[in-house]
Design a protein. Structure first.
Length: 415
C-alpha cells in the first residue's frame, strides 16, 4: 500500500543491539534473528487484454550479530514462490508478485557490515532503503533492495544527516529481472546510454522546531540526472476541538538531465509539487485531502524509477507511472478512514479513498485519459505479529483501455 508521507526507515539503521559482545563468539551467539512469512493473492480485471491473477507465498529470514567494538554484520534471505497454484499461461499471471516474472525466486537481499560509533552509523553492502525517490516499495512479497554505502550522523541537535552512495538495486521496480542486482542507471532504463552508473544521495532532516519536520534530499544520478526533493511536515491540535489532531505536509521535487543522458539528447526537466492535510478525531475517524501538480514541460518523466513514489495524491495501486503522459497533470485525493479501536475492536481499520487523475488531452494524442480511482482498504493487526489486509480498487478512465479492477488480500506473520 502506498503511504501518504515519506517513510524514513533508512534512519532506523541507527539502531543497534542493546548490549555489546565481548568477543567474536558471543557476537554471533547473541545475534538477533528475525523473519517474516508473507502470503498474497491479487486479481486484476482489465477492459482490454487478459485478466491476471496470482498467489505467492514467501517472506524473509535474517540476522544481525551483536556489535563487537561497535561493528556488527547482518544478512537477510528473501523468497517468493507460486506453490504451483497459478495459471500455466504467463499472460494470465500477476507477475508483480514474482518481480515481473511468472517464476518464483530467492535472493540474498541484505548482506552488510554496520559500524556504530556514538551518533554515527555506517552501513556497507546490501540493505533496505526508504527515501523519497529511491525506496523499497514494499507492497508485494519481496521489496526493492539496494547495494549501498550509507552514512548516518546525528551529532547536530535535532538533525539527521544522511549520505549514501547507491550502486545497485533489485526488485520489481528495477525493470526486468528483479532477481538480480543491477546498476542504478540500468534499473532506471538508461543503461544503454549511461551503463553501470550509481546514485549519490545526501539529506538533511531537521526536527528542531516544535511540531515541524523539515527535510531536503539531493540525488545525483551520475551521467543521468540530478533530483532535489523538499518536504515540510506540520502537526497541531485543531483550534476548534482538542479532540482532533491535525497534520499537514508540503512537498516539491525537480529532476534535471545530466552528463551522458543530456549528451544523448534526452530531456529530463520537470518538477512536481503537492500538499496534504489530515484531521484525526479521537473517535477514530480521519479525513485526508491531498493534491499534486506536474509542471507543463517537454520532458521524459522518471516516476518510480528507483521505487520512490513520494506524491501525496495517489491510489493504492495507481501511481504517476500507471497512466499516460503526466505533463501538466493534476491529481486530487479524498480519503475517509476509521480506526475501530475506539469501538473495542483493536487493530481493525478501514479506509475509503477517491483519487482523480486529471491528464491533459493534448499531451496524450488528444485522447481523454482523465481517471477516477476508488479504493476500499481494510487492515487488521489485532493479533500479535500478524497483519492482514484487503484492498479493492476500481479504476474508471475516460480512456476505457485503462479501466481495471484490482482485488488484493495479504497476510504476514513476523517472528
Amino acid at each position: 500500500m502506498k503511504k501518504i508521507g515519506i517513510s524514513l526507515s533508512v534512519v532506523a539503521l541507527l539502531g543497534s543491539a542493546t548490549f555489546a559482545a565481548d568477543d567474536l563468539t558471543s557476537a554471533f551467539k547473541d545475534a538477533k534473528y528475525s523473519g517474516e512469512i508473507r502470503a498474497m493473492y491479487i486479481k486484476n480485471s482489465v477492459k482490454e487484454g487478459d485478466d491476471t491473477r496470482g498467489f505467492a507465498l514467501g517472506g524473509n529470514l535474517g540476522f544481525e550479530s551483536a556489535p563487537l567494538y561497535g561493528i556488527s554484520v547482518g544478512a537477510r534471505f528473501y523468497t517468493t514462490q507460486d506453490m504451483g497454484l497459478n495459471d500455466d499461461n504467463p499472460n494470465k499471471v500477476d507477475q508483480t508478485l514474482f518481480g515481473n516474472s511468472t517464476d518464483g525466486y530467492s535472493i540474498l537481499g541484505q548482506a552488510y557490515i554496520k559500524a556504530t560509533f556514538k551518533n554515527t552509523t555506517l552501513v556497507l553492502g546490501r540493505q533496505q532503503l526508504d527515501t523519497p525517490l529511491a525506496g523499497s516499495d514494499d507492497i508485494r512479497i519481496i521489496p526493492n533492495l539496494f547495494e549501498a554505502y550509507t552514512l548516518i550522523n546525528k551529532d547536530l541537535p535535532d538533525t539527521t544527516l544522511i549520505l549514501s552512495h547507491v550502486t545497485k538495486m533489485s526488485g520489481w521496480d528495477s525493470l526486468d529481472n528483479a532477481k538480480k542486482f543491477k546498476p542504478m542507471s540500468d534499473a532506471a532504463g538508461v543503461g544503454e546510454i549511461a551503463p553501470d552508473e550509481a546514485v549519490t544521495v545526501g539529506a538533511i532532516i531537521y526536527e528542531g522546531f516544535k511540531n515541524i519536520t523539515l527535510q531536503a534530499w539531493d540525488y545525483y544520478a551520475h551521467e543521468v540526472l540530478n533530483a532535489v526533493y523538499l518536504q515540510a511536515d506540520f502537526n497541531w491540535k485543531c483550534l476548534l476541538s482538542e479532540d482532533i489532531d491535525m497534520s499537514a505536509a508540503l512537498q516539491y521535487y525537480s529532476e534535471k538531465d545530466k552528463g551522458k543522458v543530456n549528451d544523448a539528447g534526452v530531456t529530463i526537466d520537470y518538477y512536481v509539487y503537492g500538499a496534504m492535510i489530515n484531521a484525526a478525531h479521537k473517535s477514530g475517524l480521519g479525513l485526508t485531502l491531498a493534491f499534486n501538480k506536474v509542471s507543463d514541460d517537454d520532458s521524459v518523466h522518471t516516476f518510480g524509477a528507483w521505487g520512490g513514489y513520494p506524491e501525496f495524491a495517489v491510489a493504492d495501486e495507481t501511481w504517476y507511472n500507471s497512466l499516460g503522459n503526466m505533463q501538466d497533470a493534476k491529481s486530487y485525493k479524498v480519503a475517509l478512514s476509521y480506526d475501530f479501536s475506539s469501538s473495542n475492536i483493536e487493530g481493525l481499520s478501514a479506509t475509503l479513498a477517491y483519487v482523480n487523475f486529471d491528464l491533459e488531452d493534448k499531451y496524450n494524442a488528444n485522447v481523454d485519459e482523465d481517471t477516477d480511482v476508488f479504493d476500499v482498504i481494510i487492515g487488521y493487526e489485532g493479533i500479535k505479529n500478524l497483519t492482514l489486509g484487503a484492498v479493492y480498487e476500481n479504476r474508471d478512465s475516460d480512456d476505457k483501455a485503462l479501466d481495471n479492477k484490482v482485488f488484493k488480500i495479504s497476510a504476514s506473520y513476523s517472528f
